[in-house]
Design a protein around this ligand. Structure first.
Ligand SMILES: Nc1ncnc2c1ncn2[C@@H]1O[C@H](COP(=O)(O)OP(=O)(O)OP(=O)(O)O)[C@@H](O)[C@H]1O
Ligand SMILES: [Mg+2]
Length: 322
């Protein structure tokens, strides 16, 4: 089971769009995919459920990731995540023919409360390096994912909120891969630089605390997340080709030691704006413009290739800044 966190420091760069479309496309290929929505905005959840259905069928029945976090009792075996996972009907009807499934661990609009609880448990936003509860907080999701058997899912995709808070860090600690969507504009690429700096600092700190607590049972595994790459989203095309403005951004990402996906996704309001209302990601839509369909398929193929042969994250740019 591969687990991939889709993360970016910047909001609105296409994290949720990428998660929903990659998940649906891979489920259509006959694989078992689990998506986890860790963003209190719950946009991934509302891509597959109408808000009123979310409230009656999920939130009221405590089938959300927030309910799972709340049911956790320290120093006991956490409840299996499977009891909180749902199978959205519309999208699953569309992928069923190939034998695949697309499950979702839904978010909750009050997931921010959990973020605050976890931060408090660490002793505040800054004082968390070697507190007693460090791994209790940062290993929760990893322990939750370990409650699945290897036959349950081929792939887990975690849609992170647009920040590097404790929940995003716990997601990174639960994943072996990271995927970074970016809009080709200055703010978004600066966001990547910031993300990589914070990521490097967190990995360094986690492994340091793991080293200090080497007598712990079971032993804490070192974090070695691998960056699959940066995916350029919402690219403007002129005359059928991406603009030459892209080159500096590709260089900038490469300069940070990050691979950039050859496949990219163009701006297409027609394809993506209405997708949420249908509970079907664009990739499953019957009337997708052919060029967008081609780009999505090529992106998914490249994703699968890169997940199969991801290179290890390394290099000085991933050391803590201070
Ligand atoms: N290729 C595209 N063309 C046009 N619109 C797009 C495209 N990709 C995504 N969008 C739209 O852009 C908006 C932001 O995308 P999305 O929600 O995926 O970003 P995000 O990074 O998850 O945002 P947040 O940080 O708020 O969670 C959404 O309304 C989405 O439908
Ligand atoms: Mg999102």
């Amino acid at each position: 089971m591969k687990a991939v966190a889709i993360a970016s420091y910047k909001g609105g760069v296409g994290k949720t769009t990428l998660t929903a479309n990659i998940g649906a496309a891979i489920a259509r290929l006959g694989r078992r995919v689990l998506m986890i929505d860790l963003d209190p905005q719950a946009n991934l959840t509302f891509s597959f459920y109408r808000p009123e259905t979310w409230r009656t069928d999920l939130a009221d029945h405590r089938r959300t990731v927030k309910a799972w976090f709340e049911s956790w009792r320290p120093e006991t075996t956490p409840p299996p995540l499977a009891g909180y996972v749902t199978t959205p009907s519309v999208v699953n009807a569309a992928v069923a023919a190939g034998g695949g499934t697309l499950d979702l661990l839904a978010s909750h609009l009050s997931l921010g409360d959990i973020e605050m609880d976890l931060t408090a448990r660490l002793g505040g936003a800054r004082a968390h390096r070697s507190t007693r509860y460090y791994f209790d907080v940062y290993q929760r999701l990893a322990t939750g994912l370990a409650s699945f058997s290897t036959y349950d899912y081929d792939l887990v995709l975690i849609d992170c909120p647009p920040n590097f808070g404790v929940i995003t860090r716990a997601a990174i600690a639960a994943c072996d891969h990271l995927l970074i969507p970016a809009r080709p504009d200055n703010l978004s690429t600066l966001g990547i630089e910031h993300l990589m700096s914070r990521l490097g600092r967190f990995v360094w700190e986690y492994n340091r605390v793991a080293g200090l607590q080497s007598g712990m049972h079971p032993a804490v595994k070192r974090l070695e997340p691998r960056v699959l790459g940066v995916v350029l989203m919402m690219v403007q095309y002129y005359g059928g080709r991406p603009t030459s403005f892209l080159r500096p951004y590709i260089h900038q990402a490469s300069g940070l030691g990050l691979p950039v996906f050859e496949s990219m996704l163009r701006v297409s309001n027609r394809s993506f704006a209405g997708a949420a209302g249908t509970q079907l990601p664009a990739v499953l839509s019957a009337d997708l413009p052919p060029e967008v369909a081609r780009e999505l398929i090529s992106l998914v193929e490249e994703f699968l290739r890169r997940v199969g042969a991801a290179s290890r994250m390394a290099g000085p740019s991933h050391r803590p800044v201070a």
